[in-house]
Design a protein around this ligand. Structure first.
Ligand code: HDE
Length: 726
């Protein structure tokens, strides 16, 4: 017999209706639901918030109030469960289908809302309304990502990072779908499936996850020399960002800017982080992925949450056909950059991320970026990689989001009016009125709504003149332009532009990656490619692998000498700032609270954050007898998650730490990762146990400013004393 709705025993009642008055209140708080998206959806009438019930009641998907969300409907107290239990069936049905396919690449990502503000109007370059006036602004949504790993992989593999921005402009969405590396691996979209297959876990064994260090990747890249310039970037510290907030972004391709007079300029887009660039060491990145696989996601979330809003400046490199014709490379070749020294960056706007998503799935997962999303005044060059992307993104959304109507999902919907005769399709949420679903139509003549029409003046116009380099419309050919043939000059330029420390990191990365290749001929082939980049580099990698140098691979064109570009080095560009960095203070019972507070205020004064770490999470009882709150347990907050550390300990506390492996690792890892370490005199016993040698970054805890000043830096001089010379 059914018991639904019947009086129940007291024990069942308490578990079947656990709704407290507090949670009732929370549910009925209209602020809890974002109704912005319901506005202007073309359905007419007042926007309605149907996602909360004023009484806080839980309902089925179809609005029927539910009386019991704890027990399925059974025949008798011990079952069987009844098929007619639509509450149970709907709940399980919906749950069964919660997942959607992850992105083919860039599956793991984190997003945030923000604002873009124009700091310099450029109407002489583009007729895009956004850039017409200084001070213009629009909402944005940004998604950062890794490329190779699955959605559930880690944040800190050696990988390219995506940096995709959706600008909700008054003339429609502009999606600048960028990466944190300026060149790309390949020149032609037809090679994209190949390189992605090669870098992803190998097809038979589904290993390794989120890693390029395996046979198939190096097999492909060593066979395709156009990849070698980006390989230098991927082996560099750019692939190990300390924070999304501390990395650059690049639009990669050459785009067009088109002004009111239909004059076209070539443009490359750049994001420059206000916090400056910083990266982790490889050993650190590996350990972070164990300690906190969400390291970069957490950093982004927490900084926005506490109002420390991440910011970037948007810059452009603008040039014309004459400049393009003079370069030894082709500006349509996405494996090439234009050195900033050749075309300086002009800054035109600022991006600030200032609001975390309300819901990860609804926003970060469902956001769909399309390089085809450009407002009037921004256009595409003939870069064959870009042309392929113009097809791929729209196409993949259909498979990922299931319908051609993915543009109606709130995060993707334009914030300006959207009218056309595209109709129907799965998950159509608009309810267009009338019969005008075609044009031309003359329904207006009879007083009926006739729908929207094209705007020849203000609408998006594609360039009618085809004067661009290499754009002479002649035969149909499957060829690469001759001007795409130099694969090594810029690879060499990147390597030679780095500091010796960064060069050593590239060498170490290559040794590590190639050591993971099981097939020896692949290692040999990559070494033969390295010889085309730089002999010294090739020799150092060969030494690290204990291999002989093979002959250089045949090169379509040998590298030519070009001046180094300081803009390519992270260390040369360092802002030495402590802002946005994190200080960890390990505090024991009996420690001096004033020393901790002095460190805390010195760090926060410089825009850094502080975490008190303690062997017991309840917090240390200080010398004063006061118990200090701890932010984390020592075992759960290893020093890899900090930019600098301090140990404030009593003599007894330090002696205990010196017997604790987690505490010894805390200090020895900070030392090995070249970080600043400060300690009270009592804590020296721990430093000795951790083999910390005195140097310019080993300091007294009593001088907090000198520690804080070093949070944005690493002691590169220490590196050679700890890590093998490469
Ligand atoms: Fe992508 N890329 N890509 N890509 N890409 C995707 O689109 C593709 C390329 C980039 O956070 C996919 O929505 C092709 C360059 C970012 O949602 C897919 C080619 C650059 C993101 C796709 C490229 C990028 C993607 C997978 C060569 C830097 C993540 C899911 C022709 C300028 C966007 C999706 C997000 C995502 C295709 C090359 C950046 C499959 C075919 C070059 C940041 O459509």
């Amino acid at each position: 017999m059914k018991t639904e709705g019947r009086p129940q025993p007291a024990a069942q009642l308490s578990s079947s209706n656990p709704t407290t008055s507090a949670s009732l209140q929370k549910h009925s708080n209209s602020d809890a639901v974002d109704t912005r998206y319901q506005e202007g959806t073309g359905q007419g009438g007042e926007p309605q918030d149907t996602t909360t019930d004023p009484q806080g009641r839980i309902t089925t998907n179809h609005g029927v109030p539910i009386s019991d969300n704890q027990n399925s409907l059974k025949a008798g107290t011990r079952g069987p469960t009844l098929l007619e239990d639509f509450v149970l069936r709907e709940k399980i049905f919906h749950f069964d289908h919660e997942r959607i396919p992850e992105r083919i690449v860039h599956a793991r990502g984190s997003g945030a809302h923000g604002t873009f503000t124009v700091t310099r109007a450029i109407p002489e370059l583009t007729r895009a309304a956004l850039f017409r006036k200084k001070g213009n602004s629009c909402d944005v949504f940004v998604r950062f990502s890794t490329v190779a790993g699955s959605k559930g992989s880690k944040d800190t593999p050696r990988d390219v990072r995506g940096f995709a921005t959706k600008f909700y402009t008054e003339e429609g969405n502009w999606d600048l779908v960028a990466n944190n590396m300026a060149p790309f691996f390949i020149q032609d979209a037809i090679k994209f499936p190949d390189i992605v297959h090669a870098v992803k876990p190998e097809a038979d064994r589904m290993m390794p996850q989120a890693a390029s260090a395996h046979d198939t990747f190096w097999d492909f890249v060593s066979l395709v020399p156009e990849t070698q310039a980006m390989i230098m970037w991927l082996m560099s510290d750019r692939a190990l960002p300390r924070s999304f907030r501390m990395m650059e972004g690049f639009g990669v391709h050459t785009f067009h800017l088109i002004n009111d007079r239909d004059e076209v300029s070539f443009v490359k887009f750049h994001w420059k982080p206000r916090l400056g660039m910083q990266s982790t060491l490889w050993d650190e990145a590996v350990k972070i992925s164990g300690a906190d696989p969400d390291f970069l996601r957490r950093d982004l979330w927490e900084s926005i949450d506490k109002g420390d809003y991440p910011e970037w400046d948007l810059g452009i490199q603008v040039f014309d056909e004459k400049f393009a014709a003079r370069q030894p490379y082709d500006v349509l070749d996405a494996t090439k950059i234009i050195p900033e020294e050749d075309v300086p960056i002009q800054f035109i706007g600022t991006l600030q991320l200032n609001r975390n998503p309300d819901n990860f799935f609804a926003e970060t997962e469902q956001v769909a970026f399309l390089p085809t999303n450009v407002p009037p005044g921004i256009g595409f060059s003939n870069d064959p990689l870009l042309q392929g992307r113009l097809f791929s993104y729209m196409d993949t959304q259909k498979s990922r989001l299931g319908t051609t109507n993915f543009h109606q999902i709130p995060i993707n919907a334009p914030r300006c009016p959207m009218h056309n005769f595209n109709r129907d399709g799965l998950m159509q949420t608009q309810v267009p009125k009338g019969r005008a679903n075609y044009e031309p139509n003359s329904l207006g003549e009879a007083g009926e709504p006739s729908g929207p029409r094209a705007d020849a003046r203000g609408g998006y116009r594609t360039l009618s003149r085809m004067t661009e380099l290499g754009n002479e419309p002649t035969e149909k050919l499957r060829v690469r332009p001759e001007r795409f043939a130099d694969h090594f000059t810029q690879a060499r330029q990147f390597y030679l532009s780095q500091t010796p420390v960064e060069q050593a990191h590239i060498v170490s990365a290559l040794i590590f990656e190639l050591s993971k290749c099981e097939l020896k001929h692949i290692r040999i082939r990559q070494l033969s490619q390295l010889r085309n980049i730089d002999e010294d580099l090739a020799q150092r990698v060969a030494n690290g692998l204990a291999m002989d140098l093979p002959p250089a691979a045949p090169a379509a064109k040998p590298a030519v000498k070009v001046p180094p570009s300081d803009a390519l080095s992270i260390i040369k560009q360092s802002k030495h700032s402590s802002k946005g960095r994190k200080l960890g203070i390990l505090v024991t019972d009996g420690a001096d609270g004033n020393t901790v507070e002095a460190l805390r205020s010195a760090a926060t004064a410089q825009g850094a954050t502080v975490m008190v770490v303690c062997p017991k999470v309840g917090g240390p009882v200080l010398a004063s007898g006061r118990q200090m709150e701890a932010d984390a347990l020592l075992d759960g907050a290893p020093s890899v998650i900090f930019d600098g550390v301090a140990v404030v300990a009593s003599a007894a506390g330090a002696a205990e730490l010196a017997r604790n492996k987690a505490a010894i690792d805390w200090v020895s890892d900070a030392f090995a990762h070249l970080k600043a370490i400060a300690a009270t005199p009592e804590a020296q016993v721990l430093l000795q146990k951790a083999n910390v040698e005195p140097d310019a970054f080993v300091l007294e805890a009593g001088s907090p400013d000198s520690l804080v000043a070093k949070l944005g830096d690493r002691n590169w001089d220490r590196e050679a004393t700890i890590w093998p010379a490469r």
